[in-house]
Design a protein around this ligand. Structure first.
Ligand code: ADP
Ligand code: MG
Ligand code: MG
Length: 916
C-alpha cells in the first residue's frame, strides 16, 4: 500500500472515536482505551478530545532515519482542527490557545518508562491568552514552568540525544531551582509560590536551558508538538525502556503510539485536582474503590510522589493520609460521578481498571484507563470473586492469574513469633506483601553490584524513578520514604510481586553518608541488615527469620484450586527428597511423587550413620564386604521409602535408584579421610588407593546411574528389596502403597532388562516371604540421555513408564555442563543467541523434539505407556504447557511449585484442549 493511503491518525472525543479497545497493537494500550472510553456506546465518558498517532508511524520512524510518512502532517492537521472545533480553542492562538499533552502509549503499559510532555503550545505570547481565559496568572506560569522543564528534559536532552554534560540532567538542575525558592521562603509545597516568583522562575528556566543545553527552548507551538512526538518515539529506544522491556519480555518490534490530547487542568485552584484510582484494591484484591488524589495539582504529581496524596474515600485512608479530607467529602458530586464511571468501566472491561482522572474547576475528565496491575494475592482474590459474582466465568478466572504470581501466596513471611517481640523502627505503607530481609543499599547501582556478588539487598530510597528499575529488580525488597500506594515504586513492585514499603516518612536518608535514621532514633548504615513486613508496612532492624505461610487458610486460593482441578487434564506430582517434603507436597495438592531420590539421606541432618555405611560400601573391595555394608544400609532405605509411600497413600511414588557417581560421597581432604580410615579399620595408604581408583575425569558422564547397578548388582538388589519390603509391610497394614521403580541414566534397553532380572528375583523372594501373590508396582526408566529418547521404541518394550529427566537431557542434548554455564550463558542470553536459559524453560524446538519423539515412539510400542517429566522444568509454567501439549500424563516439580504447575496445567487445558 502507498503510505499516502494509510490511516496513521485516529481521532477520539465528543462521544465518538475512530478506534476502539481491540486495536491495541495499532493504537497502543492508552490510545485504544481512550478511544473505547470516548466512543463506546456503553461508556461515552468525558475524555478530553485528541488523537492517536499509530505504532506504524513508530516503525516507519525507525525504518526511515527518524523521518515521518509525508501524509502524516495533513492527517494531524485535520485531527487538530477537530479538537479545535470541540474545545472552541485554537492551537497557537493568542486569544484562546489550545494546549495539548503529548503522551506515549505502548501495547502493554510500561509505567513511567516512556515520556509525556504536558502543556504543549504555551509560549511567551500564548500565555497571555491562557491568563485571560483562566483569569489565573499563577496557574498559567505554573503550567509554563512545567512545560519548559518537561520539554527540556524529554525532548531536548533525552530525545535530542544531547549528552548530559553535568553529572545531573537538566530536569534535576531546573528542579533544584524550584526547591531553592521553596527553601528560601520556607514553602512546604509548589503551590505556595507567588506569581512573581513563578514568572522569575520561568525566565530563569529559559536562560538555564539555553546555557546548559546550548539551544533555545522553542516558542513555536508546531515545533513543540513535533518535537514532543519525536521524543516519545525516541523514548522507545531509551535505555530505561529497553531495560524494562527486557525484564517484562516486551518485543522491541511493537513500537509505541503517541497520543495528543487537549489539556485539562487539575491545577486551576482548589476546585481542581488530579488523581489515580483502582476499581478494586490492587494490594489486597478487596472489591472496594480505592484511590488517591491531589488538590490543585497536575497529572504526574501523584505518581511522582511529590506531595502525600489524599484518599478518594474513607476506605482509601492510610497511616499517611489519615488527616486529609477525602474526595468524597470535598467534592461529593464529582466523587459520585467518578464512582459511577469506575463501576461502569469495570463491568464493561470485566476486569479491575486503573484510572487517571482530573477535575478542572468542578468538571470531571477521564484521562486514562487500563487493566490494573495487581500482586498475586490480589490477583487470586479478584479472579475468584469476579467469578463468584458472575462478572467472569471459571475459565476466565483461571486465565486471569499468572501462575508465577502464586509464589507470592506461598512465599514466606517474617516469623510472627519473632516479629511480635521485635521493635518496629519505622512504619510505611504496605505496597507489596510478604516478608523480606536484606542488607541496606541506597542506590540502584549498588543494588545491582551487591546482588551480583550474591548479597541479598534491600533498596532504600526517597522515591524511585524509572532509572532505578534494574536495581529494584535485583533487590529483595524496596523501601521508600516518599510516595503513596500509586507511586512508581508501588506500581512496579506490585507488577513483580515484590515486597515493598513506600511512603515511610519515619525514615530520614542521608544519601552522602549512605545512612538513614528513623524517628525512634535507630541509625542504619549501608550494609546493615533490616527486615520488612510488606503486608503491614513495618520495618525492623536486623535479619529476621522467614517462615512459611498456611495456604489452606486462604479462601480465594482454595476457590481457585477448585476451578483448576475442574479443568486440568495433566497430573501434577512433586519431586520429594524426604518424607517431610512429601507432606508439604501433599498439602499443595500433589497427586503423587514423580521423583523420590534416596540419596538425600546421605546429606544433612541425620545423615551421619547412613553416610558412614554408604562410604563403607563404596570403599569395599569385595562383594562380601559390600554386602555387609549394604545390609546395614537397607534398614535406612526401607524406612525412608516406607514413610514416603505412607504419606502418599493411594498415590504413586516414583523411586529412583541411586544416581550420583560414588566418589561424590567420599571425603577428599586428608583429615576426613583418615578419620574414615580409622572408623573402618583400613590403613590410610590402602584407603587412599581405593579413593583414587574412584576418581573420574568427567564424572557427569562417568560411573553413575544404572551403570552402578550393572557393575554392582548388589546395590540395586538392596534398593529393590527395600522398596518391595516397605510396600509389602504397608499392604499388611491395610494401606495402598504404589511404588514405581525408576532406573536412571539409561541409554539402551539392555540396561533395563539387565536390572529387571534383579527386580524379578527380589520380587519373588519378597512375595514369598510375605505370603503375597502380588505386590503392585511399575518398572520404568528416566529418559535423560538423548540416545534413550531416540531408542524409545525399544526402551518401551522393557518399561511401564518413562520420566523425562530434563536437567540431564538438556545438559547432554546441548552439550552444556550444568555446573559451568555461568561462564558463557549470560552472554548467550544477552546476544540473543539463545532466547532463554534452557535449564529454566524447556528448549521446545530442540530438547522438546527429543521429548516429543521419545513419547511418540514409546507409545508406538506401548500405547498406554505412562509418560512424565521430573526435571526442574516441571514447575515452569511454559514448560508445563509444553508437557501438556505433547500428551504427557503428569509433570513433577518441587513441592512449592506444585500449585503453580497445577494452575499452568489448567491454563494449558483451556488453551490447548486435548482432542480425542
Ligand atoms: P504515563 O503513561 O507515564 O502514565 P501519561 O501519558 O498518562 O503517562 O501522562 C502523565 C500524566 O499526565 C498523567 O497523570 C496524566 O493523567 C497526565 N495527563 C496526560 N495528558 C493530560 C491532559 N491532556 N490533561 C491533563 N493531564 C494529562
Ligand atoms: Mg498514565
Ligand atoms: Mg539425571
Amino acid at each position: 500500500m502507498e503510505t499516502s493511503d494509510i490511516k496513521y491518525v485516529y481521532f477520539f472525543g465528543g462521544g465518538k472515536a475512530d478506534g476502539n479497545e481491540s486495536m491495541k497493537n495499532l493504537l497502543g494500550g492508552k490510545g485504544a482505551n481512550l478511544a473505547e472510553m470516548a466512543g463506546h456506546p456503553n461508556l461515552k465518558l468525558p475524555v478530553p478530545p485528541g488523537f492517536t498517532v499509530t505504532t506504524e508511524v513508530c516503525t516507519y520512524f525507525y525504518a526511515n532515519g527518524k523521518k515521518y510518512p509525508d501524509i502524516l502532517k495533513k492527517q494531524i492537521g485535520d485531527a487538530l482542527s477537530e479538537m479545535e472545533t470541540l474545545t472552541g480553542k485554537k492551537f497557537g492562538d493568542l486569544q484562546n490557545p489550545l494546549l495539548v499533552s503529548v503522551r506515549s502509549g505502548a501495547r502493554k503499559s510500561m509505567p513511567g518508562m516512556m515520556e509525556t510532555v504536558l502543556n504543549v503550545g504555551l509560549n511567551d505570547q500564548t500565555i497571555k491568552g491562557v491568563i485571560a481565559q483562566s483569569g489565573d496568572e499563577r496557574f498559567a506560569y505554573d503550567a509554563y514552568r512545567r512545560l519548559i522543564m518537561m520539554y527540556a528534559d524529554v525532548v531536548m536532552e533525552k530525545g535530542g540525544g544531547l549528552e548530559v554534560k553535568h553529572s545531573k540532567g537538566i530536569r534535576k538542575i531546573l528542579d533544584e531551582k524550584l526547591e531553592a525558592i521553596k527553601h528560601a521562603h520556607g514553602y512546604a509545597s509548589d503551590t505556595d509560590l507567588t506569581v512573581e516568583e513563578l514568572k522569575a522562575l520561568v525566565a530563569d528556566y529559559k536562560k538555564t536551558v539555553k546555557k546548559v543545553l546550548g539551544i533555545e527552548f522553542p516558542e513555536d507551538p508546531e515545533e513543540q508538538l513535533w518535537g514532543g512526538m519525536g521524543a516519545v518515539f525516541s523514548s522507545w529506544m531509551g535505555k530505561r525502556a529497553i531495560e524494562y522491556r527486557r525484564i517484562e519480555r516486551i518485543p522491541e518490534e511493537w513500537g509505541t503510539a503517541v497520543n495528543v490530547q487537549a489539556m485539562v487542568f487539575g491545577n486551576l485552584g482548589n476546585d481542581s485536582c488530579t488523581g489515580v484510582a483502582f476499581t478494586r484494591n490492587p494490594g489486597t484484591g478487596e472489591n472496594k474503590f480505592y484511590g488517591e488524589f491531589l488538590v490543585n495539582a497536575q497529572g504526574e504529581d501523584v505518581v511522582a510522589g511529590i506531595r502525600t496524596p489524599a484518599p478518594v474515600n474513607e476506605y482509601s485512608k492510610n497511616a499517611q493520609s489519615q488527616q486529609f479530607e477525602s474526595l468524597e467529602k470535598l467534592m461529593p458530586v464529582q466523587y459520585k460521578e467518578l464512582f459511577e464511571y469506575q463501576s461502569r468501566l469495570e463491568s464493561h472491561y470485566h476486569d479491575m481498571q486503573d484510572i487517571e482522572f482530573t477535575i478542572e474547576r468542578g468538571k470531571l475528565y477521564m484521562l486514562q484507563c487500563r487493566v490494573g496491575k495487581r500482586n498475586g494475592v490480589a490477583a487470586v482474590r479478584m479472579a475468584t470473586e469476579m467469578n463468584k459474582s458472575g462478572l467472569i466465568d471459571g475459565k476466565e478466572a483461571i486465565m486471569r492469574v499468572n501462575p508465577n504470581q502464586l509464589i507470592e501466596l506461598l512465599l514466606p513471611m517474617l516469623d510472627p513469633t519473632i516479629e511480635k517481640i521485635s521493635t518496629i523502627i519505622a512504619k510505611g505503607l504496605p505496597a507489596g506483601p510478604g516478608g523480606a530481609k536484606g542488607r541496606v543499599v541506597f542506590s540502584s547501582e549498588d543494588a545491582v553490584e551487591w546482588a551480583s556478588k550474591g548479597e541479598k539487598v534491600i533498596l532504600v530510597r526517597e522515591e524511585t524513578s524509572p532509572e532505578d528499575v534494574d536495581g529494584m529488580h535485583k533487590a529483595q525488597a524496596i523501601l521508600t520514604t516518599k510516595g503513596g500506594m500509586t507511586s512508581h515504586a508501588a506500581l512496579v513492585a506490585r507488577g513483580w510481586g515484590k515486597c515493598c514499603i513506600v511512603g515511610c516518612g519515619d525514615l530520614e536518608i542521608n544519601t552522602e553518608a549512605k545512612t538513614f535514621k528513623t524517628k525512634n532514633g535507630t541509625h542504619i548504615k549501608e550494609g546493615d541488615w533490616i527486615s520488612l513486613n510488606g503486608t503491614k508496612g513495618n520495618v525492623y532492624e536486623g535479619s529476621m527469620p522467614l517462615v512459611d505461610i498456611d495456604i489452606d487458610k486462604n479462601e480465594a486460593y482454595r476457590d481457585l484450586m477448585l476451578l483448576v482441578d475442574k479443568y486440568k487434564t495433566i497430573g501434577v506430582r512433586a519431586n520429594a527428597e524426604t518424607p517431610n517434603d512429601a507432606i508439604h507436597a501433599y498439602k499443595f495438592g500433589a497427586e503423587g511423587i514423580g521423583l523420590f531420590r534416596t540419596e538425600h539421606m546421605f546429606y544433612g541432618e541425620g545423615s551421619e550413620q547412613p553416610l558412614f555405611l554408604l562410604r563403607k560400601m563404596i570403599v569395599s573391595t569385595t562383594e562380601a564386604e559390600r554386602r555387609e555394608a549394604l545390609d546395614e544400609l537397607f534398614v535406612f532405605v526401607k524406612k525412608d521409602v516406607k514413610e514416603t509411600l505412607e504419606v502418599m497413600d493411594g498415590h504413586p511414588v516414583t523411586i529412583r535408584l541411586l544416581d550420583p557417581p560414588l566418589h561424590e560421597f567420599v571425603p577428599h581432604d586428608r583429615e576426613k579421610l583418615s578419620q574414615l580410615g580409622k572408623e573402618l579399620g583400613i590403613r590410610m595408604s590402602v584407603l587412599h588407593r581405593r579413593v583414587l581408583a574412584l576418581h573420574e575425569n568427567n564424572p557427569m558422564l562417568g560411573h553413575r546411574g544404572v551403570r552402578l547397578g550393572v557393575s554392582f548388582p548388589e546395590i540395586t538388589e538392596m534398593q529393590i528389596k527395600a522398596i518391595f519390603e516397605a510396600t509389602a509391610e504397608l499392604l499388611e497394614e491395610g494401606k495402598k502403597p504404589f511404588p514405581e521403580i525408576m532406573i536412571p541414566v539409561t541409554c539402551t534397553v539392555n540396561e533395563l532388562t539387565n536390572q529387571k532380572e534383579i527386580v524379578d528375583r527380589v520380587y519373588e523372594e519378597v512375595c514369598q516371604k510375605h505370603h503375597m501373590s502380588k505386590i503392585p508396582y511399575l518398572y520404568g526408566t528416566m529418559i535423560e540421555i538423548p540416545r534413550a529418547a531416540l531408542m524409545a521404541e525399544t526402551m518401551a518394550t522393557a518399561a511401564d513408564f518413562f520420566s523425562f529427566g530434563t536437567n540431564d537431557l538438556t545438559q547432554m542434548g546441548f552439550g552444556f555442563s550444568r555446573d559451568d554455564i555461568g561462564g558463557f550463558l549470560p552472554k548467550y542470553l544477552d546476544l540473543k543467541i539463545l532466547p532463554d536459559d534452557p535449564f529454566v524453560t524447556i528448549d521446545q524446538e530442540g530438547i522438546g523434539e527429543l521429548i516429543k519423539f521419545g513419547t511418540e515412539r514409546g507409545r508406538k510400542t506401548k500405547p498406554n505407556l505412562k509418560v512424565g517429566i521430573c526435571g526442574e522444568h516441571g514447575g515452569d509454567p511454559e514448560s508445563v504447557k509444553f508437557c501438556h501439549r505433547v500428551g504427557m500424563n503428569y509433570v513433577s516439580c518441587s513441592p512449592f511449585r506444585v500449585p503453580i504447575a497445577r494452575l499452568a496445567a489448567a491454563q494449558a487445558a483451556l488453551e490447548f484442549p486435548r482432542g480425542n
